[in-house]
Design a binder for this molecule. Structure first.
Ligand SMILES: [Zn+2]
Length: 452
């Protein structure tokens, strides 16, 4: 519930009301209560009415954005390997299975070293926050101690996160593999310890890496842990042709890749499955029936030669879709890059299948914000500026110091928003709020009150 209005932001505001509706307010007002939850978002012309309705004329402190600046919800990255961040932007010259063996497993094995883990996790949380990502669903490595380091780092630096200790007990290098029962025990211990922190920001997520590296016994045990503690689940599905064939050989009794997860009790409304590039009709129906969310990771799908996810088709099957950077199969930790490639990928799909219309810009913004919240099951908490939600938000300044964007007198508000989404970067994100607290602030930022 929301209470008294304590703070009012005034300036440009853009957010997705739902999958097909975006609210653009050139002169908007957004009110926060004493716990920095959103009370209202309206056109500035309604201010006097709002003051009457909420009785904040004398008390609420107004934060006036500078010309050209606007507020938008923070980006939500529904699939990112924090442990692969040291490799981001390298090694994108081979398909998934070779790429894992050659680059990824050796790097992940290095997280047995606590200092290496601390340094890498500090950097990935700082970098994603700086890029405007206010919530992430992270994969770590098989190491429980290092996974806890990421939990602590997200709490300290102020990022909302799901953190998942990776589980793998077969078809993995001898130096980077777990014993089945130990993997389940370590996962349970990690889930218990993380829940015991009662963190406002961090939730544990059960994380079988993917079918080829997880035995039936492991997948079943992990499903039981997720149910026992009522925590979410994340993994990968139908990413790459070679991988799908391997899964078919490993589980010939299952009707599809998705069916393997289903028979092991891993598909439910709290499950996030990355990629879904090559899903069959029956699999889309299964994911829809189980209310599973799909994390679309176009940077990675291009980068390691997987193919292109048919987002429009998933939507037509009523499957929830968000965006993921999938660092480091994806080269960039910036969600703006994933948003752009999602738009381009949808055009490539359209070339191949004209009946599937390309995504419009604001559908891309929806994937990167509210769609991601839906995939993480946090649609009542974050993703847009609906009353009652947490204030996870960005102040964007197309005219910031060193801006990569040029603004012209002819530009409408919507042009400035579009220019940022296509040509902007972290230099334009002048303030980042998570849970109503400032976690990034650049020199171009507007003056804030002491409450932040
Ligand atoms: Zn991944």
């Amino acid at each position: 519930m929301t209470g008294e209005v304590r703070t009012v932001f005034r300036g440009g505001i853009v957010h997705c009301v739902d999958a097909s509706t975006t609210q653009l307010l050139e002169d908007g007002v957004l009110g926060l209560d004493q716990s920095n939850r959103i009370v209202f978002v309206e056109d500035g012309s309604q201010l006097a009415l709002l003051q009457d309705r909420y009785g904040f004329a004398a008390d609420a402190r107004t934060i006036q954005l500078k010309p050209h600046q606007f507020l938008m919800p923070g980006f939500i990255d529904t699939h990112i390997h924090a442990s692969q961040y040291p490799n981001a932007g390298t090694g994108l010259d081979m398909p998934l299975l070779q790429w894992l063996e050659t680059y990824t497993f050796p790097t992940e094995a290095m997280f047995a070293n606590p200092e290496f883990a601390q340094n890498a996790y500090e950097k990935v949380v700082q970098r994603t926050l700086r890029s405007g990502t206010t919530a992430c669903s992270y994969f770590t490595t098989i190491h429980r101690e290092a996974s806890t380091t990421l939990v602590e780092t997200c709490e300290r630096l102020g990022q909302r996160a799901y953190v998942g200790k990776v589980c793998m007990d077969r078809n993995s290098p001898s130096t980077y593999i777990e014993v089945t029962n130990e993997s389940i025990r370590e996962t349970e211990a990690f889930v218990q310890a993380t829940l015991a922190r009662n963190s406002e920001l961090v939730t544990p997520i059960v994380t079988p890496r993917f079918v080829p590296t997880c035995s039936s016994q492991l997948m079943t045990g992990l499903g039981e842990v997720a149910r026992r503690y009522n925590v979410p689940i994340q993994s990968h599905v139908s990413e790459n042709a070679g991988e799908i064939e391997w899964v078919r050989q490993l589980h010939p009794q299952c009707s599809s890749y998705s069916d393997v997860y289903d028979v092991h009790g891993l598909l439910n409304s709290k499950a996030i499955m990355a990629h879904g590039v090559h899903l069959s009709e029956a699999e889309m129906q299964l994911l829809s029936a189980r209310k599973v969310g799909v994390s679309h990771c176009p940077c990675s799908n291009y980068g390691i030669l997987s193919g292109i996810c048919r987002v429009r088709d998933l939507h037509q099957h009523n499957v929830k879709v968000g965006l993921g950077t999938d660092v480091s199969g994806g080269h960039s930790p910036a969600m703006l890059e994933s948003l752009r490639l999602a738009l381009i990928a949808s055009k490539t799909v359209h070339f191949q299948e004209p009946a599937l219309a390309p995504l419009r810009l604001y559908e891309g913004l929806h994937l990167a914000t509210l769609g991601g919240a839906e995939v993480m099951g946090l649609q009542d908490q974050i993703g847009n500026f609906a009353p009652g939600k947490h204030f996870d938000a960005l102040i964007v300044d197309p005219s910031s110091i060193d801006s990569p964007i040029d603004v012209f007198a002819k530009d409408k508000f919507s042009d400035r928003v579009e220019k940022f989404l296509f040509n902007g970067d972290d230099r334009n994100i002048v303030t980042v709020f998570v849970n109503g607290k400032v976690v990034k602030r650049l020199a171009s930022a507007p003056a804030l009150t002491a409450d932040f």
